[in-house]
Write a protein that binds this ligand. Structure first.
Ligand code: SF4
Length: 331
């Protein structure tokens, strides 16, 4: 049966007008005393109704400035957890509880604790540095948290005589090891979106757009980064394109929704998303969307505001994780 036909006995799904939904969300925000935080990787319409937009570092800091009783975190689970641990008295809602992160999932707390134990038993003197894309349980096991925006600065705070165990993103870890000159033990994790970039398509896009410049997120594999004209997290990308007045074409190697904030801050440029490689079929696609971020829709934002759920519940490991997040990101 064609997918477009309704299943017998079931009412067809009603498409709601995005503009009506945006109006409803604005009304509900006031009525429910709520603030919306949205990551740069969610749909542009959601970014437009949000009170704060940004990367993980900025949003973690913004969460501490919220004055309303409710935070709606339009992003993925570990981000909403971070907001909750930094604002324990607030109600933190996540529009879809299944919005996870392949990178966070690649480092489970039990496996990390076991590996740290093994290194200690071998007499290795190390500190563990975790990328913010980790669960609260993992954050509670580490010494430092970094984001792509502050990683270099935090790495420099680890005493020179110590080894660094970097989790979970091997590509970001390799890049940081290169720029800081510090030796690192790398956890073999990766982000499914940044791993899917196709080098051939990127080079083809470069050929088809003479004079274009490649901007890449440090979560990309080394074969992408070595062709990049600029490497940086999402906030750094925004600053970079805004600093160039002359119109240019940028080939963007990160989640495709990032083009929305880039266009907003520097509309004089042309932005081309670098195609991804669909693992299953080996074909390339014109966009690179994170399926977890894509679980956030205007409808779900409206529903969670209206219903006051799903909510992030407090977990005892949040106390320890919060101390690490605070010393790394807020001080
Ligand atoms: S883009 Fe990658 S790192 Fe970011 S939420 Fe999606 S899977 Fe996780």
């Amino acid at each position: 049966m064609p997918a477009t036909l309704p299943i017998l006995g079931q009412a067809p799904a009603v498409e709601e007008d995005p503009l009506d939904l945006m109006d409803e969300i604005e009304r509900l925000k006031k009525e429910k005393d709520a603030t919306i935080l949205a990551h740069f990787y969610v749909d542009g319409d959601i970014q437009d109704v949000a009170d704060f937009t940004g990367d993980s570092l900025k949003l973690a800091r913004d969460a501490t400035k919220v004055t309303t009783s409710t935070i709606v975190f339009s992003g993925v689970h570990f981000m909403a957890e971070t907001a909750k641990m930094l604002s324990p008295t607030k109600r933190v809602l996540l529009p879809d509880m299944l919005a996870g992160c392949s990178l966070a999932d690649s480092c489970q707390p039990e496996e990390l604790a076991k590996f740290q134990q093994k290194l200690r038993a071998e007499g290795r003197d190390f500190e563990t540095v975790a990328y913010i894309n980790t669960s609260a349980a993992v954050k509670s096991l580490v010494d430092w948290i970094v984001t792509s925006g502050n990683a270099r600065e935090i790495i420099d705070r680890v005493p020179a005589g110590k080894e660094i165990l970097f989790v979970p993103d091997q590509h970001l870890g390799r890049y940081l090891s290169e720029v800081s000159g510090r030796k690192m033990i790398l956890w073999p994790g990766a982000c499914m979106v940044h791993e899917m970039f196709s080098i051939q398509d990127m080079l083809r896009a470069k050929r088809n757009n003479p004079g274009s410049r490649i901007i890449a997120h440090p979560e990309c594999p080394v074969n992408i980064l070595e062709h990049a004209d600029f490497i940086g997290g999402t906030e750094a990308m925004r600053k970079h394109v805004a600093s160039i007045a002359e119109p240019q074409t940028f080939l963007v190697a990160t989640e495709a929704n990032m083009i929305h904030p880039l266009q907003k801050i520097a509309p004089q440029h042309n932005y081309v998303p670098i195609p991804g490689l669909m693992e299953s079929s080996g074909e390339t696609c014109a966009c690179n969307r994170c399926p977890h971020m894509a679980r956030n829709t205007l409808q779900k934002v409206r529903d969670c505001l209206r219903d006051g759920r799903p909510e992030i519940e407090w977990n005892p490991c949040f106390d320890k994780a919060r101390a690490v997040v605070e010393k790394s990101l807020l001080k």
